[in-house]
Design a binder for this molecule. Structure first.
Ligand SMILES: [Mg+2]
Length: 196
């Protein structure tokens, strides 16, 4: 039987939005996030981080630094609430026209959101039902991704979310649910998931 998943953007959803994180210590959880992930874990939702991380393509840092940030993220989630993300996926690529400069990562990729590559790969690998799954993000591209993949899209108002709603960042989108933060999003997901 296919499983339901919750796909989670990283910056501005799980951790504070601070631009490119050159230092590990700058990755800090948004209050309430660890408990929210734990609720999703306890409800049996398959949780997957899906993040655009163009730092490697821009030559800012190698993918090993992104991996180290994700280790810190996992440690903080576990320490605060015994929460866990079952997989952490990210797209390190960026096409040259968008600013990619590093030879190995400067190309267009199906994994870069709002393209659906990460979700499709996870669905095949872990037996997920995308039409019964959820995508939580703070950017218009996250909601576009939800649409493109056939998931329900939730826009949180942490990170860039508030600016997306006011039309002052990217463009305005209509999510399936507009959440104050990930705690609010998790509550909506769990009630929507049980009535599905
Ligand atoms: Mg984000």
């Amino acid at each position: 039987m296919l499983r339901q998943a919750v796909f989670l953007d990283r910056d501005g959803v799980l951790n504070q939005e601070r631009g490119y994180l050159h230092r590990l210590a700058d990755l800090e959880l948004i209050p309430g996030v660890a408990k929210a992930v734990r609720r999703l874990n306890d409800a049996g939702m398959f949780t997957v981080l899906v993040s655009n991380q163009s730092g490697p393509a821009r030559g800012y840092y190698p993918p090993s630094h992104v991996d180290a940030l994700h280790e810190r993220l996992a440690t903080l989630l576990a320490a605060e609430a015994g929460a866990a993300l079952e997989r952490m996926l990210y797209a390190p690529t960026l096409s040259p026209t968008e600013g990619g400069t590093h030879a190995g990562y400067s190309h267009w990729s199906t994994w870069r959101k709002p393209n659906t590559g990460m979700l499709v790969a996870a669905a095949w690998r872990f037996g997920l039902d995308l039409s019964a799954s959820f995508m939580v993000g703070d950017k218009a591209t996250d909601i576009d991704l939800a649409r493109n993949a056939g998931c329900r899209g939730i826009l949180v108002q942490t990170g860039f979310g508030e600016q997306v709603r006011s039309g002052s960042y990217q463009y305005t989108v209509e999510p399936d649910y507009l959440a104050a933060d990930l705690s609010d999003a998790a509550g909506w997901i769990l009630s929507a998931a049980t009535s599905w």
